[in-house]
Design a protein around this ligand. Structure first.
Ligand code: T4K
Length: 400
């Protein structure tokens, strides 16, 4: 099968795209607006430490999310670390393994044991029934991940947290601009952490906000991200440096102005992929609830090898040979990465859905860097690969 695909020389022996087409190309806002903000920053000679751009950024986001507090930080990994510390999480915390490794690292970095929990295979988010089974006397909290921007089963998680006296927070790295039951993500659990890394749907180069409706928690996070300083010479907690810089806030403020356009492009791309691959067996898109607000940033498909006749891994190889840099987010699952693989060598036995999904998911390029023509070509490559497996009738070689 692999030989057949390699020998196919899909586009006359040269890659379909002369340059690599990446997943996670940054969406950029208006360059002039950004530079005007940067000039203002230079004029003021105020570069970091809670400058006016960071303050404006925090206020705009709090209004947009309808949340009492948004605290800007340097990135979501540090934000997760600070938030778990501010919530006084210790001992064991339950997290999905099917996430970017930062979710687990943020806990382990502070000596908290991440206890990996299985996911619901339909939603890809943490399964509340499994959470319940993982609770021990050492458990202090649950970190849900709104993977691909699709909200967790928030109500069930909150019910468990309330009943078992656990803290609940969310890694909302993917879920900026998304809603759940009409309420913006940012309002759930004790706190929610967004990522504004360059690869995210909305970026501030690097950056994050923690959103919370709890005044005391917000205050603690503000202190902790600034070494614990309360006033000039008074340190009240152990703290770290988690501050967002002014230039990052300038990027974020500029990006906010074109957010709707980016969502519209993402939505179009997502539907284009869906339409073009609709009749390809064994290649199914992750579905969004379009009655809610959604950023459509991730174009994720599940590849069923039996139905498609081609494995996810081989499909990734085929695409990458054509310069389509599809990714296996999130392979192989945190539990199979170090140090967790060594610490918990048998954890995979409790994670059957995770184990199955990590072999199936494929992320395809989207965002403003990708247009309809590129998507058609990418879909033709996928279609051809499945055709070669004999699962689709051949209809002639693809043309560029
Ligand atoms: N929780 C979750 C669920 C997350 O997904 C993440 C981050 C976090 C927490 C932590 O958030 P941060 O601390 O980063 O704020 C990338 C990102 O670095 C990471 O932020 C993101 N998740 C993850 C899903 O993707 P890698 O290791 O895959 O990055 P890399 O270098 O392979 O880049 C990804 C793609 O983006 C490449 O195809 C190239 C393209 N790219 C990247 C950059 C930086 C560009 O085209 N331009 C660029 O400037 O982790």
């Amino acid at each position: 099968m692999k030989d057949r695909i390699e020998k196919l020389a899909l586009f006359g022996g040269v890659p379909a795209f002369p340059e690599k087409l990446h997943v996670g190309r940054p969406n950029l806002g208006d360059r002039e607006q950004f530079l005007a903000r940067v000039n203002g920053m230079f004029d003021r000679n105020w570069l970091t430490n809670n400058g006016p751009l960071v303050e404006e950024f925090e206020q705009k986001l709090a209004t947009m999310l309808g949340v009492r507090h948004c605290i800007a930080l340097c990135n979501a990994t540090v934000a997760l670390e600070i938030t778990t510390r501010a919530l006084d999480l210790q001992g064991e915390v339950i997290v999905p393994s099917f996430t970017f490794v930062a979710t687990a690292h943020a806990l382990q970095w502070q000596g908290i044991t991440p206890v990996f929990c299985d996911i619901d295979p339909l939603t890809h988010t943490i399964d509340p029934a499994c959470v319940e089974k993982m609770i021990t006397p050492r458990t202090t909290g649950i970190v849900g991940v709104h993977l691909w921007g699709r909200p967790c089963n928030i109500e069930s998680l909150q019910e468990i947290a309330d009943r078992k006296n656990l803290k609940l927070m969310f890694d909302a790295a993917h879920a900026f601009g998304c809603s759940h039951r009409g309420k913006m993500i940012g309002n759930f659990g004790q706190a929610e952490v967004f990522s504004f890394h360059a690869t995210k749907f909305f970026n501030s180069f690097e950056g994050s906000i923690v959103a919370t409706n709890y005044d005391g928690l917000a205050e603690k996070i503000r202190l902790m991200k600034n070494f614990g300083f309360s006033g000039y010479d008074n340190v009240v907690y152990i703290g770290t440096n988690g501050k967002m810089t002014e230039i990052c806030a300038a990027m974020g403020l500029t990006g906010l102005e074109s957010l709707d356009k980016v969502i519209e492009t993402n939505r179009r791309n997502y539907h284009n992929y869906g339409k073009e691959l609709d009749d390809v067996p064994g290649v199914r898109p992750v579905v969004y609830d379009e009655s809610e607000k959604c950023n459509f940033q991730y174009v994720v498909f599940e590849v069923d090898e039996e139905e498609a006749g081609i494995s996810r891994d081989l499909l990734v190889e085929v695409l990458q040979a054509e310069n389509v840099m599809a990714r296996r987010y999130f392979y192989p699952g945190c539990h199979r990465m170090e140090p967790y693989r060594s610490y918990f060598p048998h954890s995979h036995l409790l994670l059957p859905n995770t184990e199955m999904l990590v072999t199936k998911v494929i992320s395809l390029p989207s965002g403003t860097a990708v247009g309809g023509d590129e998507i058609s070509t990418i879909c033709r490559i996928i279609r051809t690969a499945v055709t070669c497996s004999g699962k689709l009738p051949a209809v002639g070689a693809p043309t560029k």
